[in-house]
Every structure is written in structure tokens, then in C-alpha cells.
Design a protein around this ligand. Structure first.
Ligand SMILES: Cc1cc2nc3c(=O)[nH]c(=O)nc-3n(C[C@H](O)[C@H](O)[C@H](O)COP(=O)(O)O)c2cc1C
Length: 191
């Protein structure tokens, strides 16, 4: 396979696009859409978000040290895109989109009730990287829509119409084509 060198850029695909909510010191809520987010640690559970220094949400998250990741379904696609193209400096996005803010039990940061999963985080580490600052938040609360928890306490993601981001497009999730561990099934491997 022949390769050519490409421009230095972010070629990690696909990635999520999530509306992240934050609440300032005066109790005003905002939503920023982020694609640069990911699981950072298992125990304790941590998630990272990369927020550009120019965003209105940046100062809010930096000063309050809390945020909520809201996992959207396709019904939330319009709102997700909107929250990534309009600033909280100009618009009250919760009001404009008729979304319902609900107070997280652990931090007082509000999440978006219309999203099927909400993850409440406290910022434990802040890393200045350049254009973006990386906030690493410890997960302190998870809220899921009634009916999507399996009897084993797992989230049944098959029941949520999720989508992924392959910039600049949003894509629905296609059919399931494999299962974790299927490549080594029946073999005794030490991991
Ligand atoms: C799909 C999508 C992904 C985005 N990902 C990021 C991101 O990872 N980091 C970031 O700082 N901005 C990202 N943005 C841009 C912000 O969401 C956008 O500038 C937003 O209007 C900022 O809102 P605020 O000023 O109210 O904080 C993204 C926008 C879209 C539409």
C-alpha cells in the first residue's frame, strides 16, 4: 500500500459530537457542542474535553470546574449543530431550543433533559495546550432515560438512535458488524 504524507491535522474519525452544558456562578446555563472529547480513565472514571479559549463556555467551565456531557440521539441533532454555531454570548440556547435544564445532584451544573444520557463531571485537571485547553473531568453522576437500562445495569445503546461526526458531516450509526472479543473467541489469551 503506497502512502503520501498529509497535512498535519486531526484525522481521527469517527468521533462523537456532544452538547456539553455548563452553569455559571450566577445560575445561567449554556450549551457548547464539542467533538474533541473522549474517555480518559476508567477508575476513577474520567472524560476529557478540549475547549477553545475563545468560546464563551471556556471561562464558565474553567471557573466553575464543572460540566455535563449530554449524549444526543438523532432527535437532538438540530440542537447539537445549533449549539456549535451560536454563542451563549448572544443567545440563551436552552430557551431558544426549548430544552429543559435539570440540576445535577452532585455539582449543581444543569444537564439537558431531552438527551437520553447525561454525564455530570467535576474538572480535576486543566491542561493548556495552545488554541484549546483540555479539561479532564471526573464523572460524578450519570442519568439515563427511563427504559434504557438493562436488568444488569448496563445502558442498552441499541435503544438510542445515536449519530457520529465525521467532519463536516453527521452520520447515523449503521448496522452492528461485530462484538467485542469476537476475534479471539474460543482462544485462551492472556491480556
Ligand atoms: C460538530 C461540532 C463540533 C465542535 N467541536 C468543538 C470542540 O471540540 N471544541 C471547541 O472548542 N469547539 C467546538 N465546536 C465549536 C463550538 O461549539 C462553537 O464555537 C460554539 O458556538 C461555542 O459556543 P459558546 O460560545 O456558547 O461557548 C464544535 C462545533 C460543532 C458544530
Amino acid at each position: 500500500m503506497s502512502k503520501i504524507k498529509a497535512e498535519l491535522n486531526n484525522y481521527l474519525y469517527p468521533i462523537p459530537a456532544v452538547p456539553v452544558s455548563c452553569t455559571d456562578g450566577e445560575g445561567h446555563h449554556n450549551i457548547i457542542t464539542l467533538a474533541w472529547t473522549g474517555v480518559a480513565c476508567g477508575v476513577p472514571p474520567m472524560i476529557s474535553i478540549a475547549v477553545n479559549l475563545a468560546r464563551y463556555s471556556h471561562n464558565i467551565i474553567k471557573s466553575t470546574k464543572m460540566f455535563c456531557i449530554n449524549i444526543p440521539d438523532t432527535e437532538m441533532l438540530y440542537a447539537t449543530d445549533y449549539c456549535g454555531n451560536v454563542s451563549g454570548r448572544d443567545v440563551n440556547k436552552f430557551k431558544e431550543l426549548s430544552l429543559t435544564p435539570v440540576k445535577g445532584d452532585e455539582t449543581g451544573c444543569y444537564y439537558i433533559d431531552e438527551c437520553p444520557i447525561n454525564i455530570e463531571c467535576i474538572v480535576r485537571h486543566t491542561i493548556a495546550l495552545g488554541s484549546h485547553e483540555l479539561f479532564i473531568g471526573e464523572v460524578v453522576g450519570v442519568y439515563v432515560r427511563d427504559g434504557i437500562l438493562t436488568p444488569e445495569g448496563r445502558i442498552s445503546t441499541d435503544d438510542i438512535n445515536m449519530f457520529a461526526y465525521i467532519g463536516p458531516g453527521y452520520y447515523s450509526i449503521g448496522e452492528k458488524i461485530g462484538q467485542y472479543g469476537y476475534s479471539v473467541k474460543g482462544r485462551s489469551l492472556k491480556t
